[in-house]
Ligand binder design. Structure first.
Ligand code: HEC
Length: 129
């Protein structure tokens, strides 16, 4: 009699596996919907520096601020190999400045933005050739 009432251990296992599976399915889409991570990975694999030796002095100075500040939390390759419109770069620099402990002053943010616009134009020139 007892044996018929007992839950089969395999059935119990399958049931909990199903619950777990359902939970992961519910939880994972929020991770999958993080485009920044994917873009970031691709950009991270590109060149990690720009040779600014042939550019004007102010470009070189702005690059130095950029290289020092924008490599703190991720590779410098990430911004170097990301392509954005000028207004998008402005937004991104602000977004990065607003992150906790970014350590970027408004003046430095301006210089970084100037470099990123310059560098975007250089990249755009190459793709148009
Ligand atoms: C305080 C840490 C921190 C600093 C400093 C920082 N970043 Fe980021 N950055 C992040 C994090 C975290 C992410 C990924 C999440 C996100 O996009 O907000 C990221 C992502 C990015 C991305 C990829 C976004 C995408 O959607 O592909 C770019 C481009 C970028 N940062 C540029 C910069 C630039 C330019 C600077 C310098 C002004 C900078 N970051 C400085 C933390 C930082």
């Amino acid at each position: 009699m007892k044996a018929t009432v007992k839950t089969c251990p395999i059935t119990a296992l399958l049931a909990s596996a199903l619950v777990c599976g359902a939970l992961t399915w519910v939880v994972s889409p929020s991770h999958a919907a993080e485009p920044a991570a994917k873009n970031g990975f691709a950009a991270d694999k590109g060149p990690s520096k720009v040779d600014v030796s042939s550019y004007a002095k102010d470009v070189q100075d702005n690059y130095a601020v950029f290289a020092g500040k924008c490599s703190k939390c991720h590779t410098l390759a990430r911004p170097i190999n990301t392509n954005l419109k000028p207004e998008e770069w402005k937004m991104y620099v602000k977004r990065m400045m607003n992150k906790p402990d970014s350590g970027i002053s408004p003046d430095q943010g301006k210089r970084i933005y100037q470099f990123l616009r310059f560098w975007q134009e250089e990249k755009d020139k190459k793709t148009r050739q």
